[in-house]
Design a protein around this ligand. Sequence first.
Ligand code: SF4
Length: 334
Amino acid sequence: MRGQEILARYPEARLVEVPSHWNIPELHRNEALVEDWARVKRTVLVLGVRKTLRCLPFERSADVVAPAAANGCASSCSYCYVARRKGYANPITTFVNIEGILGAIERHASRQGVKTAPTQADPALWTYELGTNSDLSVDAAISDNVRDLVDLFRRLPHAKATFATKNVNPALLGYDPQGKTRVRFSLMPADIARRVDVRTSPVAERIAAMNDLYRAGYEVNVNVGPVIVYDGWLDDYAALFTQIDDVLSPEVKRQLQAEVIFLTHDADLHEVNLRWHPRGEDLLWRPDLQETKVGQASGETTLRYKMALKRGYVADLRTLLERHMPYCGVRYAF
Ligand code: SF4
């Protein structure tokens, strides 16, 4: 049904059936596509049926990671970790079995029952992360999946939804979340965003949209990330925090919380990026400042700022945030 709705929106699209949405050799392993990175995102949409419908425990922005209704993104942030797993192309995959996804979340929330103790994610409601592998503001332009998710959380008594975004989609203003969906706008200095947040909304538009979404019934938070270190970065972050402080309404400031995440990168993604967007790599690829880290659970190798340096970076940024936006709590910073 959802699949048919989406196909009807793109009557000129050529339909190519594939055995698996997750493994499309013509896309993900087609090295020749890398130079066409952005064009593939503009012209290819994968529709799939999501098989795994599990809700998984989580401990940062949320208590639970919900089964995602999409994977991949029309934006092209050059540090994006979703792309790290997709090889040479990363267009949006939209999952059409939204009823199954909604049902799995509802059953999980009902088993959770009342939240009796606060967590880092939220003091009162079980918080479900909806967007670890896509940007829901963009997904909302493809189908009604996001509207259906916002509808679901509006009526779940002990749960709320959350997702991070770098895009402004006015369609979200009509979803009526009644405080049960938290949107986290990812922000960084505008000049840097122009280089690495490729095909996203300008930073000034994102900040302005925070007031609009709050008025439309969303909880609105800020995701300071990924924080990229370069000569003069703290001056640029001071200017960013001043800009946020100038624009946000008193009501938005009163409920504001921040999450701070420093950049991680990846050697394979660096090689891919050099072939379609080398300009961003001057900022992202800093072997002089970075070290290799092997993920405990995933076993994946990533690059992060050297711990001996990063401790100081985190402390400096927190001090700056406190100075310019003292009303803004920090959920976590790492
Ligand atoms: S908006 Fe998010 S999901 Fe999309 S490319 Fe950027 S980092 Fe990746």
